[in-house]
Design a protein. Structure first.
Length: 255
């Protein structure tokens, strides 16, 4: 399937979904208390842009969520990529550490909120830590899987040419692992952005997660949908950005 045809189908599918949504809501088939119409959501978004939410400008809420996500994700990536590569490269480290990572990965970040509050209070560090913890696990495991997936014949061929361990790692194992590393980064970024809602449950006064939770508490359903849609749109943009970086840096993948 061609690129433009695929893009056209995607746009068409979104347009059909929006049309169905518009018909269902404008035709009063569903109560606005359950599902507001696209028109009402756009109108509320314009109000939030002009007036803010609870006295705080909308851009301030967006920046708060983005900064928490960026700090948690960036710290996780800086630590998780070398950790994952080391675990995948060393059978001893893999045997020792992988069981703990495998047990921790299925645990949702929201389950750790009471412990995080108990240990670190309700400041910004607690929110960033939740994001860091979640993305770290996914990035580490994918980086380790990338090293494990390097074909053994490729390693044997490199060693037969007389390369040392350092050359083997940087010129064979690392390039072959990069597609897995970027997969982990994309998953970690997506999860980090999703976890921001849970992180902002920790006594946040700004952020998209705060808008969603506060809107639900006071039954501002349209504000809840605006917050959810903003998270989805920005998350899509983050994923597209990382995919573009991957295509430039790992241009040989899949060829």
């Amino acid at each position: 399937m061609g690129r433009w045809r695929s893009l056209g189908l995607s746009i068409g599918a979104v347009a059909v979904a929006l049309l169905v949504w518009l018909i269902v809501t404008e035709g009063r088939f569903v109560s606005e208390r359950i599902l507001p119409s696209p028109r009402a959501i756009v109108q509320e978004f314009v109000v939030l842009v002009n007036e803010g939410y609870v006295g705080t400008p909308l851009y301030s809420h967006l920046l708060a969520s983005l900064m928490r996500t960026f700090l948690g994700f960036a710290c996780a990536a800086l630590l998780a990529v070398p950790t994952g590569l080391a675990i995948g490269y060393s059978p001893v480290l893999y045997a020792v550490i992988s069981p703990f990572l495998s047990v921790l990965r299925p645990m949702p970040a929201i389950a750790f909120i009471p412990l995080v509050i108990l240990w670190f209070g309700i400041g910004e560090f607690s929110k960033v830590l939740l994001i860091f913890f979640t993305s770290f696990l996914y990035i580490t495991l994918n980086a380790a899987a990338g090293v494990k997936a390097v074909p053994i014949d490729l390693i044997r061929a490199a060693r037969s040419l007389g390369v040392n361990e350092r050359q083997l790692f940087f010129h064979v194992i690392l390039p072959e692992s990069l597609p897995y590393v970027f997969t982990g980064l994309k998953i970690g970024a997506a999860v980090s952005w999703a976890v921001v809602v849970a992180a902002e449950l920790v006594a946040a006064q700004r952020g998209l997660g705060y808008i969603i939770m506060d809107g639900a508490t006071f039954f501002r359903i349209t504000d809840v949908y605006v917050g959810i849609l903003l998270i989805g749109v920005i998350g899509f943009g983050i994923e597209r950005t990382l995919s573009a970086i991957e295509r430039r840096l790992v241009h040989w993948a899949g060829r």
